[in-house]
Design a protein around this ligand. Sequence first.
Ligand code: FAD
Ligand code: NAP
Length: 338
Amino acid sequence: MNIREQVSLKPYNTLGFEVSARYFVYADRLETLHEAIQYAREKALPLLLLGGGSNVVLAQNFAGLAIVLGLKGRKLCSQSDGDICLLSASAGENWHELVTWSLQQHAYGLENLSLIPGNIGAAPIQNIGAYGVELVDVFHELQALHIHTGEIQRFNADDCRFAYRDSVFKGELKDQYIITDVTLKLSQKPNLQLDYGPLRGALEQSGLPITPQSVSTAVCTIRSSKLPDPEKLGNAGSFFKNPLVGEDQAKRLLVENPCMPAYPQPTGGVKLAAGWLVEQAGFKGCSFKGVGVHDQQALVLVNRAGGTGTQLLDLAQQIQSKVADLFEVVLEIEPRIY
Ligand code: FAD
Ligand code: NAP
């Protein structure tokens, strides 16, 4: 195990914040992961787990051991009954590369989740979702290492308690497990979900036959046209979750704002578009010290140049406060703050 000291975490967070870790290890083998946990336990160090670093705000130097999870490996197994195939991948596999590979193998179900940054190990943490599909829709099971006992345990979908951008690993079991492998249940027969916002229109406009591959291409095209590439402009994707409000409040807000996007949920309540609220509050395209809000998507906070996590959280707080004043809606931050 190669433990390094005082390592910059700038290359390991897509916001590109310049903070350091007191101790650092790149774990590309399970054995290294066990050794790293042991090392942290002996020295009573807190742990910071990182995959692709695309859903974290590193707001200060980290005084413990940062572990970048690089476990690799993937396999696809057809099932004898029906059209199902199981795709298993180790935590450090890049998510979008897996999506592309699964489509090449004629295993379908991930097309709407194309181009989400990060690794598969983090995908269950917030039940990643886009264009009307969530991880839970294709999830079979995962394996995770219990940080305190070192045991590997299996979790099925019920165990994970997936919800909108949420799972048991953000709640009751927060910081207790390291996900090492994830298995997805894909289908050899396409079952396309096109009823989300601009997706069907974009496909029809492209003139391409509607296939899982062309859906993936359309998702990539739409995403690239409105979301900043973290390589060019530091960001962590959507900074706030879409808020869920009661039906009475949604009705009241719609009277005052007839154009407000509002999506009634099957489980009750109405989902509002956080990006729309931030835009109405006047923050779209703004700059504040080294950080700001993207000019094409108000839900994405960006590191313009040499910004810091503290500046970003300060801006987020200003946005939350203005949105609360205007709409009486509480915006909850999506990325994990360290
Ligand atoms: P990290 O940021 O490294 O980690 C996130 C959290 O999970 C941290 O708390 C970390 O400690 C923990 N963690 C990571 N790996 C493990 C593991 N193996 N075991 C236990 N804990 C772990 N998200 C969506 O849901 N939908 C989108 O469409 C989407 N679009 C995005 C677009 C952009 C441009 C960006 C920058 C982000 C976007 N995101 C989106 C957010 C992000 O990409 C996802 O949440 C992704 O799953 C995070 O993966 P990661 O490997 O980068 O996780
Ligand atoms: P968008 O198409 O501009 O839509 C704005 C919001 O309206 C989205 O947040 C979406 O909610 C909601 N919405 C749109 N059509 C809907 C429908 N038919 N039914 C229910 N809700 C609907 O969104 P965008 O910002 O370009 O993002 C496109 C997709 O990628 C979204 O699913 C978004 O969640 C995902 N994305 C996520 C992140 C992240 O970091 N979490 C970053 C970028 C994009 P939902 O968000 O619930 O889908």
